[in-house]
Design a binder for this molecule. Structure first.
Ligand code: ARG
Length: 464
C-alpha cells in the first residue's frame, strides 16, 4: 500500500485497514518497474515545469521538487535508496522519497496527473528507446552478414525448395535474403513509432483534468510528436505494446528460421558449414561432439517471444475501458521481450562472425540432383524455338536418361543428348556449368553475380 511521509497510506484517510500482506506482495510491481525510474523522473520534471509555466504551482515549489527528483535519480543510480514493496511501484516510491527529502511541498507534484497517464508516458519513452536499441543491434547483424556475403559472391551452393536441390545459387545471395528479412524487421519497429510518438501525459486518471495544463509543452519537452486525442482511450490503450511485441516476435521468427537452416547445414548429413570452436559446445559423454547449441537456443527463444505477445493479447482481450490492474503486467512482458531479443541479436551477430562455408561441399552438393535442368529447359526455349512446356518435357526425358545411366546432366555426351533432341549442338554443354547457371539469373532480384554486387553496394550505403 502506498504511504505518505507519516508512513500512512496515501489513501489512508479513506481506507482504514492495512492491505493484506499477500495482496501487497502480489500487487507490488516495484521489482519490475524500477527499470522505469529515469523515465519517471524525466516525466515528473517536465510535468512540474509545465505546472509552473501554467502558473499552477510556484517557482519555489517547482525548484524544490526538481531538486528532490534529481537527488532521487542519483540515489537510485547509485543504489543508495531502498525501494519498498509497500509503496507498490516506482512512481509511488519516488513520490514517497520526495516527501522525505523536501517535505509537504512534494504533495504538489501529483497535481493534474494520475499514475495512469504517468505510467504510460514513462513506458512509451522506454519502449521508444528500446526500439532504437533493437534497431541498432539489427544493423550490426546486417553489417556482419554483409561482410560474409562480400567474401562469398562466387561461392556456389544449391538453393533448395522442399529441402531438395533446386537451382544453383550464390551463397551470398542466400545471405542477402537474411538482410531483406532484417530490413523488414527494422521497418516493423519503426512503424510503431507513429503510436509511440503520441504523448499520454495530461489525460490524468481517464477524463482529462480541470487544470489549465499545456499538453503541447510536455509533448515537445518529452520528445513526442503530438498529444493523444482521447483520454479514455489513452489510459486503456496498449496497442503500442502489442505492436512492439509483434515486431519482436517476427524478428525472433526470422532468427529462428535462420538458426534452423544453419542447424541443418551444420549437420553431418549436409556438412555445408563449419563452426568455430568459440560457438560450439561439447557433450558430457561423446568426446567427438561439437554441437550448435547456440543456434538451438536462438530457435527456442522464438517460443518465448510469441508467448509474450500472446500474454499481452490475452490480458487485453475482454478488458473494458479504461484502467485496470491487469494492465500492470505489461511491463514485465515488455522487459522480458526486450532482454531476450537483445541477447538473441548479440548472439546471432557473434555466430555470423564465427561460421564458415564449406565451399567444396557446397559445390559438390550443387553438382548433384540435376540442378541445371531448368537452365537446359530455358536454353531450349531460347535457342530452339520451343514453348517452355515443350522444353520442360524434353528436359524431363533428358533427366530420366541421365538418371538411368547414373550420370549427372553435365556427364551426358552430346550424342546422348541428341537422341532426345537432334537439333542440339556442342553449345548446349555450357548450360550445365554451375557458374554459367548462376551468372544467367540476371533478372532484378536474381542470384547473378552482377546483381549480388549491386545489392551489396546498395545495402552498404543504407547501413552507412
Ligand atoms: N503500477 C501501476 C501500473 O503499472 C500504476 C498504475 C496505477 N493506477 C491505478 N489506477 N492503480 O499499472
Amino acid at each position: 500500500m502506498s504511504k505518505n511521509k507519516n508512513n500512512q497510506a496515501i489513501w489512508g484517510a479513506r481506507i482504514k485497514k492495512a492491505t493484506s500482506a499477500t495482496f501487497q506482495k502480489i500487487g507490488s510491481s516495484i521489482e519490475i518497474d524500477k527499470r522505469l525510474y529515469k523515465e519517471d523522473i524525466k516525466v515528473s520534471k517536465v510535468h512540474v515545469e509545465m505546472l509552473f509555466k501554467q502558473k499552477i504551482i510556484s517557482f519555489k515549489i517547482k525548484n524544490k521538487i526538481i531538486y528532490g527528483l534529481e537527488k532521487i535519480e542519483r540515489e537510485i543510480k547509485n543504489n543508495k535508496i531502498y525501494l519498498s514493496k509497500s509503496y507498490e511501484d516506482i512512481h509511488m516510491n519516488i513520490e514517497k522519497r520526495l516527501f522525505q527529502i523536501i517535505g509537504d511541498e512534494a504533495g504538489y507534484i501529483h497535481t493534474a496527473r494520475s499514475r495512469n497517464d504517468q505510467v504510460i508516458t514513462d513506458f512509451k519513452i522506454w519502449i521508444k528507446s528500446s526500439t532504437k536499441e533493437i534497431s541498432l543491434k539489427i544493423d550490426k547483424v546486417i553489417t556482419s552478414t554483409l561482410k560474409l556475403a562480400e567474401k562469398n559472391i562466387y561461392t556456389i551452393m544449391p538453393g533448395f525448395t522442399h529441402l531438395k536441390n533446386a537451382q544453383a545459387i550464390s551463397f551470398a545471395h542466400y545471405l542477402l535474403a537474411y538482410i531483406e528479412m532484417f530490413n523488414r524487421d527494422k521497418k516493423r519497429f519503426a512503424n510503431n513509432l507513429v503510436s509511440l510518438d503520441e504523448n499520454p501525459l495530461g489525460v490524468a486518471a481517464l477524463g482529462g483534468t480541470a487544470f489549465n495544463i499545456d499538453r503541447n509543452y510536455t509533448t515537445k519537452k518529452l520528445g513526442f510528436k503530438k498529444p493523444t486525442n482521447n483520454s479514455i482511450d489513452t489510459v486503456s490503450d496498449r496497442d503500442f505494446v502489442l505492436d512492439y511485441l509483434y515486431a519482436i516476435s517476427v524478428c525472433s521468427m526470422h532468427i529462428s528460421r535462420i538458426a534452423e537452416e544453419l542447424i541443418i547445414w551444420n549437420s553431418d548429413a549436409y556438412n555445408l558449414i563449419n563452426l568455430s570452436d568459440k560457438i560450439v559446445t561439447g557433450s558430457s559423454i561423446m568426446p567427438q561432439k561439437k554441437n550448435p547449441d547456440v543456434l538451438e537456443y536462438l530457435r527456442g527463444k522464438s517460443g518465448i517471444a510469441y508467448g509474450n505477445l500472446f500474454s499481452m493479447l490475452t490480458i487485453l482481450k475482454g478488458l473494458p475501458l479504461s484502467y485496470f490492474k491487469d494492465l500492470q503486467d505489461d511491463k514485465e512482458i515488455v522487459f522480458k521481450a526486450n532482454d531476450t531479443i537483445m541477447d538473441c541479436l548479440i548472439i546471432l551477430d557473434e555466430f555470423i562472425k564465427n561460421f564458415y562455408p564449406n565451399k567444396k561441399q557446397m559445390l559438390d552438393l550443387a553438382n548433384t540432383g540435376h540442378i541445371t535442368a531448368t537452365d537446359l529447359a530455358d536454353y531450349l526455349v531460347k535457342n530452339h524455338s520451343m514453348s517452355f512446356r515443350k522444353a520442360y518435357e524434353k528436359t524431363s526425358v533428358i533427366v530420366n536418361l541421365a538418371e538411368k545411366k547414373n550420370k549427372n546432366l553435365s556427364q551426358l555426351s552430346l550424342e546422348e543428348l541428341k537422341i532426345i533432341e537432334p537439333k542440339l549442338t556442342n553449345e548446349v554443354l555450357t548450360v550445365f556449368d554451375l557458374k554459367n547457371s548462376v551468372k544467367s539469373k540476371k533478372s532484378y532480384g536474381g542470384t547473378s553475380f552482377e546483381n549480388i554486387k549491386r545489392m551489396i553496394m546498395k545495402y552498404k550505403k543504407q547501413n552507412d
